[in-house]
Design a protein around this ligand. Structure first.
Ligand code: ATP
Ligand code: LTN
Length: 337
């Protein structure tokens, strides 16, 4: 039998930049809990990343606890996995600095997310926004991570993390493990309910475009009822049917079935009935998570303890790598006298 120490490291993070959506759940959180038993898992609340777009400090604090409670409610077990707040382990910012010196400006300039955020935050194109993928590479490489479960939108950032690991290793000798992405076949890109050619995003101005993990059953049913569908009447997955394909994907994940099975199940049904059933499946999927989250969120002392223990456990691993990096680049080690 494999012991804890032999398990490979898995790491992922979510930003506390608002209430997570069904897209975050399907693309990321749901996979974390599935993989939890096969890997030695590290999950972080990426607060350093979140301030690359303006955050209200009080809301950021509340969102941080809220996200931690959601991780736990989704089934992340703090006895098995490390859960911590990114800003509690300063090695993340420190490694990002070193990695900056092996990253080319051109590489960051062509990142799809950076270009999109430059448009959506044209009044605040700050250096952090551009440097975001380097900090993400630091998050990953500090822990000698093998596997990184993310939604499809993060694939490019993961490729950069791999490139930086290889580049640093080539220049300074073997230091980092080169990580692999884990992008699920179903649900890696959940689309907006209002504009199915756009990713579902918690920062969408139209609240009908996304399902928030806090939405109550009425709101969920209403949003699915309004969800944009496609021409024709067939319930089938295909490029010409972005709205229906998105709903089939959501249904498959929430009703624990496959897209193919769902197509058979709804053959001959009308769009109205289908949308109702998708809504019901989502309500049932979220109900126990919401109930657990509400309880956990009230216990601040418990959440504080998890963050404290998580930071200590993460720090031990992270500083081992950071010390190695500092040595490789030629920094004189600090002696304590
Ligand atoms: P925003 O939408 O505000 O730009 P975000 O939701 O993309 O932010 P995070 O909260 O850090 O940013 O995302 C956490 C995880 O959720 C990532 O792995 C990301 O790939 C995944 N994710 C985000 N949106 C979707 C989506 N629509 N479908 C599938 N996965 C998603
Ligand atoms: N950029 C990611 C969140 C994130 C992350 C990470 C994901 C920050 N650090 C490390 C995986 C590994 C996003 O989804 N927006």
């Amino acid at each position: 039998m494999e012991t804890q120490n032999e398990k490979k490291i898995l790491l992922s993070a979510v930003q506390p930049s608002g209430t997570p959506t069904l897209g975050n759940y399907i693309g990321a959180l749901a996979n974390f809990t599935k993989l939890q038993n096969d890997y030695s898992c590290i999950f972080s609340v990426a607060d350093l990343h979140s301030i690359t777009v303006p955050q209200d400090p009080a809301k950021l604090r509340a969102n941080t606890y809220d996200l931690l409670a959601l991780y736990l409610a989704c089934g992340i077990d703090p006895e098995k996995s490390i859960l911590f707040n990114q800003s509690h382990v300063s090695a993340h910012a420190e490694l990002a600095w070193v990695l900056n010196t092996v990253t080319y400006v051109g590489e960051l300039n062509r990142m799809t997310q950076f270009k999109a955020k430059c448009q959506s935050h044209a009044d605040n194109i700050n250096m952090g926004l551009m440097d975001y993928p380097v900090l993400m590479a630091a998050d990953i490489l500090l822990y000698q991570t093998e596997l990184v479960p993310v939604g499809a939108d993060q694939k490019q950032h993961l490729e950069l993390a791999r490139d930086l690991a290889l580049r640093f290793n080539n220049r300074f000798g073997e230091t980092f493990r080169v990580p692999e992405p884990y992008i699920a076949k179903t649900g890696a890109r959940v689309m907006s309910l209002a504009e199915p050619d756009k990713k579902m995003s918690k920062s969408d101005a139209n609240v009908n475009a996304f399902i928030s993990m806090n939405d109550d059953p009425d709101a969920i049913m209403r949003k699915f009822k309004r969800a944009v569908t496609d021409s024709g009447s067939e319930i089938r997955f295909g490029q010409d049917k972005p709205g229906i394909s998105n709903l089939l994907t959501i249904y498959a994940v929430c009703a624990d079935t496959t897209v193919e099975q769902a197509e058979l199940e709804f053959a001959g049904a009308g769009y109205g009935t289908f949308k109702q059933r998708v809504g019901e499946a989502v309500v049932e999927k979220l109900r126990p998570i919401q109930e657990r989250k509400q309880k956990i969120a009230q216990d601040k002392a418990y959440l504080t303890k998890i963050l404290a223990e998580g930071a200590s456990a993460a720090e031990r691993i992270a500083y081992k790598t950071l010390r190695k990096v500092y040595k490789k680049v030629g920094f004189v080690p600090r002696e304590r006298m």
